[in-house]
Design a protein around this ligand. Structure first.
Ligand code: NAP
Length: 248
């Protein structure tokens, strides 16, 4: 029996990177997968086909997670198309790095809206179907940077720390309705984005990690799948790091 058989998941920001890895693993574990992207239309369409080829129902939606209205419309569309939502993964996120001295108001607002307000928007919208069915698992993508801070990323770190406070509060509010809410704090995960970086710098980062390698999308997807499944039915309000021991 597959871990997510018969469940419907909504994953934000799945056109590439970690979100894509999660969508693929969810499909392999039998879930029907609704997912979003913002600008990567072609990649979104290709993923929809790749997921459907695994024999599950899959649909990609172009939807800005930072928009309250679009998030609300999205959830209504997914419920209409799929009948329900059992799992929400708030994965969409951006960086606009810079020292505080040079950080613009626009870069602060863009990161807070895409990373933190998006989590509020989607979680608020999925509350309705989840309360109705008296079950649900919400998984929010934070970061080790939200736990420890990082120079040059004060906007990003604040948004990821905000996700942790939100996650714990939602777990307390909705636990009695059998709706769980947990956060994942990835460390250095090697995606297409990091492949473009100076490989000498990247190797230095790898050597500073106790497990001596960067993480993969699959490493994060493994934990996400566990938190989405009934195997974690007594786990809520937690923040779990996937960082190869980096934050130890
Ligand atoms: P990524 O490769 O840059 O992918 C980000 C995804 O989010 C893309 O699919 C993008 O869609 C989507 N997206 C961005 N803004 C959006 C919006 N407003 N509405 C809807 N979708 C939006 O990022 P990643 O490395 O996979 O990271 C995924 C999550 O993990 C993020 O929350 C990130 O902060 C967190 N994280 C990553 C790492 C790491 O080392 N990679 C470490 C810790 C935490 P488009 O392609 O259409 O723009």
């Amino acid at each position: 029996m597959k871990l997510l058989q018969g469940k419907t998941a909504l994953v934000t920001g799945a056109s590439r990177g970690i979100g894509r890895g999660i969508a693929l693993m969810f499909a392999e574990q039998g879930a029907n997968v609704a997912f979003t992207y913002l600008s990567s239309v072609e990649k979104g369409q290709a993923l929809e086909q790749e997921l459907a080829a695994k024999g599950i129902k899959a649909k990609g939606y172009r939807s800005d997670a930072a928009s309250y209205k679009e998030a609300d419309d999205l959830v209504n569309s997914v419920v209409t198309d799929f009948g329900t939502i059992d799992i929400l993964v708030n994965n969409a996120g951006i960086t606009r790095d810079g020292l505080l001295m040079r950080m613009t108001e626009e870069n602060w607002d863009a990161v807070m809206n895409a990373n933190l307000k998006s989590v509020f928007n989607l979680t608020k919208a999925v509350q309705r179907p989840m309360l109705k069915q008296k079950k649900g698992s919400i998984i929010n993508m934070s970061s080790v940077v939200g736990l420890k801070g990082n120079g040059g990323q004060s906007n990003y770190a604040a948004s990821k720390a905000g996700i942790i406070g939100f996650t714990k509060s939602v777990a307390l509010e909705l636990g009695s309705r059998n709706i769980r809410c947990n956060a994942i704090a990835p460390g250095f995960i090697e995606t297409e984005m990091t492949a473009a970086l100076d490989q000498k710098v990247v190797e230095g980062w790898r050597q500073a990690i106790p497990l001596k390698r960067g993480g993969t999308s699959e490493d994060v997807a493994n934990l996400t799948t566990f938190l989405a499944s009934d195997m974690s039915s007594y786990i809520t309000g937690q923040v779990i790091s996937v960082c190869g021991g980096m934050l130890t």
